[in-house]
Design a protein around this ligand. Sequence first.
Ligand SMILES: Cc1ncc(COP(=O)(O)O)c(C=O)c1O
Length: 360
Amino acid sequence: MRNGNESLPVVDLRSDTVTKPTPEMRKAMAEAEVGDDVYGEDPTVNRLEQRAAELFGREAGMFVPSGSMGNMVAMRTHTRPGQEIICEERSHIYGLEMAAMSALAGCLARPVRGVAGVLNWSLIKEAIRPKVFYSAQTGLVACENTHNVAGGQILPPELAEEICDGAHDAGLPVHLDGARIFNAAVALGRGVQELTRKFDSVMFCLSKGLGAPVGSLLLGSRQFIQQARTHRKILGGGMRQAGVLAAAGLVALEKSPSRLHIDHENAKLLAQGLAGIPGIRLDPSQVRTNILVFDVRDTGMTCHEIADRLAKKGVRAHAMSPATMRMVTHCDVDREGCMRAVAAMEEAVRPSPVPVASRA
Ligand SMILES: Cc1ncc(COP(=O)(O)O)c(C=O)c1O
């Protein structure tokens, strides 16, 4: 996509989901060996599932069309209707998945406000229902790493382990929405296996920072994944010759983690530039991965107005609310694109000069 005014490519910072498959992914897709995956006969899907399970040190994995479906299947597999799911107040499964946990798992959300999006065991413990017959029972604890709406915040491994240990002692399973777990791993310099080892199930996305066009993986024990397959089918997620998608996913899984530090450096650069613009409230020291969430209310404009102005300058950003804007770096935006975004923002929020005739 090109910016009509300047014939420069559009800098699309709305999300890391906007990336296009690389030539290597397209080649792998074109050449993929395929079969009917509902029968378990697609060799490329099988390879992707095995490789993902191996990387995370799990017994089994299952390819799903989206992160939302991966989370949904996990919720249905871990819980039964009438239970509650403890999750962070601004988590994706609570706020951005169409109330699927109630519509499709029959569960109520029990949202808990984390510290800048980060949950800890003492917060979760308070929200667990007592085991009494007249109260809905807690069925699952769900965490998110990195936390999207909280600006790519990392759930520190020590807190994650404490949450899992506490929940397990209370007889509760813990699911991780690890849509961007590779970003967390790269930022911390730790492996994904280490960051996720105590969770009962993990979902991660190929189609976010890793740059694949479609797909996510759900990982867990062999028995859990066997049950999860029935829930995927109920939700219409049984795909046939899905190897054409899995092939791109395999390239993403092997190649992309080693370049995510570039997205983090670009996000930092972008944050430092934006933080210097009057009216923008943003602390660059809080930006550790590829997501920036910042407050624009002091510019006197709404996010939507700013987003419109940016779009005219060839830069796209996501208006999360009238006051809160999000930008996400990814493999299709480089350092120069981030500098252009800062320059465009400077112009977009600059107060218009007072016309000469109306000056006193
Ligand atoms: C943290 C998180 N979890 C889950 C999802 C859902 O992924 P999908 O868009 O593939 O359904 C997203 C999407 O942005 C996300 O940010």
